[in-house]
Design a binder for this molecule. Structure first.
Ligand SMILES: Cc1cc2nc3c(=O)[nH]c(=O)nc-3n(C[C@H](O)[C@H](O)[C@H](O)COP(=O)(O)OP(=O)(O)OC[C@H]3O[C@@H](n4cnc5c(N)ncnc54)[C@H](O)[C@@H]3O)c2cc1C
Length: 572
């Protein structure tokens, strides 16, 4: 477990340079950079595992001008990204933080790649989420962690929080985006078959020794790599040790109290405390204060993220940046019944909504959004539509050929037994559109009219209502082989299907106000000495907007880096 030697006296713990609270991407990065810079570091984590929401994430980082993409031939620059952000959130919004973010992003990533096992590769084409705005990029801004071999962690592999079950095959095998097409087409070519067989063989071998597959991808790879790098440097991590109180005051934070096994211990921190406890997603008070009304009930954030960091900062007089558009970063989710009788949330991020032959309707049976918009924009449209017509849940509607070819939610493409999902209540099915409408309490004539109109767009290729298929982002997630519009196809062949989706936060954007070095600001706008915040505890530099893939992990890592460097006294 922890390599920290705790003082036997009750309430007296170690004295360190920097105390970091929270073992998600932000906290792990702050700890790693501080340790690499020679600081004496202690990380305290509330649960018995590292990873938080980060371990269940796709692991993408939005780093404009990153050198990994540049080396792969994709040109981008901080200036172009700044132009884009100006169009998206305004010329001067978060100017100081934004400058720091754009300037430091590539530097922070190169630093991690050069000094640790945290390695990234470029995504190549991965359009920004408002790809039709000035300065938006189609390629070159997103990077993802290299897959990680969890076996390197040996007996500590279980410390990496697992992805959600819906993101794993056979109860424990992770696959990346590149694997999906090869697995689906495993009988299409010998190369695909061998590739798939190797993945499966590795997984079987893993299961002889581990509780799940050890080929870690996406967010799990990021956490695996950060944790492995920390372990290699013997950075102490205290598990089951939530931060419960800051010591010191508005004039300077001196350390914190941790609850370790029911006993409070005091940790003195000479250079400060970094709050990285994942934000307020599961804090009822903050949800009610910051989120849209009626307050969304679902969250995909780690359930241990209860707003502890924001609360501790607030108690010390820190300012909370509230003017964040809708205060969360959202996705539509469907509700899954798991084999163990619990409920899971499946995020409809990129796999189904943009494909040709799917529409989203509200309770009136009307479309209200470009279904191929980013998951964040889709959920914002749900909030907007809900102001006049009940739209939470909204319904994704498709027909039999669509379901077979593209899948829907947890029903993967090529699945031959949708009945299982109808029987467990996940999916609604009907022989006619009218019958489907009555089953989802929508007006049959209206739903029929909506579908007839949309089917006309499938013929012309032009969605004159919402412009589905018009942007690079839409087309990227559509089906390039489908003509004339890769995102629009008819909903025509029974049975017809409907799936309910709700908005859920995958991250929050309201948080502690900070300066560009992630120093928490008091109500007077001045930094509180010795107190830092990063990740979702820090108010988002993007001011609640969602410019592109990696909008929260990018800033989480960059500002964690800046916090650690500031604590070290290094000039950036
Ligand atoms: C399905 C999904 C996909 C996503 N994909 C992406 C993506 O590709 N790119 C992207 O940018 N974002 C993505 N996100 C969002 C991203 O995962 C989060 O924004 C990110 O993990 C936040 O990092 P964090 O370190 O602030 O918090 P977390 O990752 O949630 O970690 C917080 C940690 O703090 C610990 N903690 C809580 N309270 C205390 C306490 N009192 N003391 C000590 N420790 C405490 C928790 O136990 C947890 O380990 C995704 C989210 C989801 C749900």
């Amino acid at each position: 477990m922890s390599q920290t030697t705790m003082n036997a006296d009750a309430n007296v713990g170690p004295e360190v340079d920097l105390l970091i609270a929270g073992g998600g991407p932000a906290g792990l990065t702050a700890a790693l950079v501080a340790a690499l810079e020679g600081l004496d570091v202690l990380l305290c984590e509330k649960s018995d595992q590292v990873g938080g929401t980060g371990s269940t994430s796709a692991g993408t980082l939005w780093i404009p001008g990153n050198s990994q993409s540049r080396a792969a031939g994709f040109n981008d620059s901080g200036e172009q990204a700044d132009l884009y952000l100006s169009a998206l959130i305004g010329e001067e919004t978060n100017r100081e933080l934004r400058n720091a973010y754009l300037r430091t992003g590539p530097m922070a990533i190169d630093y991690l790649c050069a000094r640790s096992d945290v390695q990234f590769f470029p995504c190549g084409k991965h359009p920004d989420y408002r790809s039709n705005m000035p300065g938006a990029a189609i390629a070159g801004r997103a990077i993802v962690p290299e897959p990680f071999d969890g076996r390197l962690l040996g007996a500590e592999f279980w410390r990496i929080r697992a992805p959600i079950p819906e993101f794993m095959l056979f109860g424990g095998m992770m696959v990346g985006k590149a694997d999906i097409s090869r697995l689906i087409g495993r009988f299409d070519s010998m190369a695909n078959f061998i590739y798939s067989a190797k993945l499966f063989a590795r997984y079987l071998a893993d299961r002889l020794r581990y509780q799940r597959g050890t080929r870690l991808m996406m967010g799990n790879a990021l956490i695996g790599r950060l944790f492995y790098s920390l372990r290699k440097r013997q950075v102490p991590i205290l598990f089951d040790a939530p931060i419960v109180e800051l010591t010191g005051d508005r004039r300077g934070v001196k350390g914190a109290r941790l609850n370790v096994g029911g006993r409070e211990i005091l940790v003195k921190a000479r250079k400060g405390v970094v709050l990285a406890t994942g934000g307020y997603s599961h804090n009822k008070r903050f949800r009610e204060a910051f989120m849209p009304q009626p307050v969304p009930v679902h969250s995909m954030s780690y359930e241990g993220n209860r707003g502890d960091g924001v609360d501790l900062g607030q108690r010390l007089g820190a300012a909370i940046t509230r003017e964040q558009c809708d205060s969360g970063l959202w996705t539509p989710v469907s509700i899954v019944s798991r084999p163990d009788c619990t409920k899971g949330l499946f995020p409809h991020l990129v796999l189904d909504r943009a494909k040709p032959g799917l529409i989203a309707v509200n309770s009136a049976g009307r479309r209200f959004v470009n279904e191929a918009a980013s998951y964040h924009d889709f959920a914002l449209a749900m909030f907007e539509s809900n102001k006049t017509t009940p739209s939470i849940p909204a319904w994704l509607i498709c027909d039999a050929p669509f379901l077979g070819k593209y899948g829907l939610g947890v029903i993967y493409p090529g699945h031959r037994n949708p009945k299982k999902f109808i029987d467990n209540g996940y999916l609604v099915s009907a022989r006619t559109v009218e019958e489907l409408a009555s089953k989802i309490d929508a007006d049959p004539a209206q739903l029929n009219g909506t579908i007839v109109r949309y089917n006309g767009f499938a013929e012309t290729g032009v969605d004159i209502d919402f412009g589905k298929g018009e942007t690079e982002l839409n087309r990227f997630n559509g089906d390039a082989t489908h003509k004339p519009n890769p995102c629009i196809g008819p909903v025509a062949t029974p049975p017809f299907y409907a799936l309910a989706v709700w908005p859920a936060d995958i991250a929050v954007s309201t948080g502690l106000a900070t300066d560009a070095d992630a120093r928490v600001l008091g109500g007077d706008g001045k930094a509180i000495p010795g107190l830092y915040a990063c990740g979702n505890d820090m108010a988002s530099v993007m001011a609640g907007s969602y410019p592109g893939p990696g909008t929260t992990l990018g800033p989480a890592i960059v500002f964690a880096y800046r916090a650690a460097m500031h604590a070290k006294g290094a000039a950036l």
